[in-house]
Ligand binder design. Sequence first.
Ligand SMILES: [Zn+2]
Length: 469
Amino acid sequence: MMRYVLGLFLTACALLASCSGLSAAEPLYQTYRATADKLIGAALEDTGGYEKLAFLCDRIGNRLCGSSALDRAIQWAAAQMKKDGLENVVTPAVKVPHWVRGRESASIMEPVQRQLHLLGLGGSVATPKEGITAEIVVVGNFDELERFGRPAVEGKIVVYNVPFVNYGQTVQYRSHGASRAAKLGALAALVRSVTPVSLQATHTGSMNYDADAPKIPTAAISIEDATLIQRLVSAGNKVVVHLAMEAQTLPDADSANVIGEIPGREKPEELVVIGGHIDSWDVGEGAQDDGSGCITALEAAALIKQLGLKPRRTIRVVLWTNEENGLAGGKAYREWIGSNLAHHTAAVEMDGGAEKPVGFGFSAKGDNSREDASIARLQEIGKLLERIGAGEIRRGGGGADISPLTSEGIPSLSLQTVGVRYFDWHHTEADTMDKVRLEDLRLNIAAMAVMTYILADMPETLTTVEGAQ
Ligand SMILES: [Zn+2]
């Protein structure tokens, strides 16, 4: 009897709720379960994403700004968007830095003769034509460099033998090592590659010169070579290295962002932006960084289109140029949208490789209660991704290309993976197609498709959400 009365009561409540429109508060995982399952099913059988990534990597190759390969990649991506049925495909022009590596080499001259594994850092100046031959000073961090001071550093080549802690912490030696050494009179700086693991791979990446420091040449060396030099010095040897680099910075080159859309059915002016960066370093194939992010976004949109899904708002895929050495693409996109910024309801960037996805990171600028409410909503979407292990929602998300949007208050997400191997391959000759596993790429496409579709279709946006039920 009690059960019967309770049953009647619940039925009455349900009727009341649907009549009064309260059904809009139905959790997103209920509203979208069937659609999410369809998208996941399609992604787990998808072959288009892998084929597109293989074409980008194997047929076009690495794509540093200023290279003809990047131009080809941009044209190919725009054509591919049209083939996939995206609309309003455009490639707005962006001026980008144009750095070229040229020939480069380094060897230990004393106390043994040994060729070093070397890769110049993006933005570095050249050595004089005859190269630089100088004694080495090895340091383990900036404090040690300062303790050595000018008397020990002047006229020498500084080697930063800094073990990898995490990317954000260790990359400062790549970014600022040259100028910090130059201020003490160093002639050049060699930086142990920013990576936890090395099989004699060298990792390039961008570096910056301080305005108040002389510009000295700088390059990465392998972990093996950095530790060899360390052992020689620790054993009391005077170590002399010869370094020769032809690197130069040419006048800015022409490039472009690649943009395509699935227009919204009800609020086409409102947008969810997803994407990655189309440029890469000039080594390897830019497969994980960031071919995988570009193709994941592109294929997620292609699947939404193929399944005939029409989101309430517009889904815009953007492949940004020049993430690696200048961020001109991300800045140009911000300028290009102008006051249309206000219509961006969310931005999702994938730039951490396509290992097995675990979920999404999220950042919002503004009051904490709104952030909490947004996270609660995202966790509802995350529930739909639990079956593929990609449902976690973490605080802290976004990406370099969407950072101009994040800083102006656009809710920002990043697709996050287990991230076990990414920094082993990052910015090296080894960032090639074989590092991307088909199964993992499919899972990333599934996660991106589900998150993007629901963000673009749910009744409220992350900026208007008032509290989760
Ligand atoms: Zn990247």
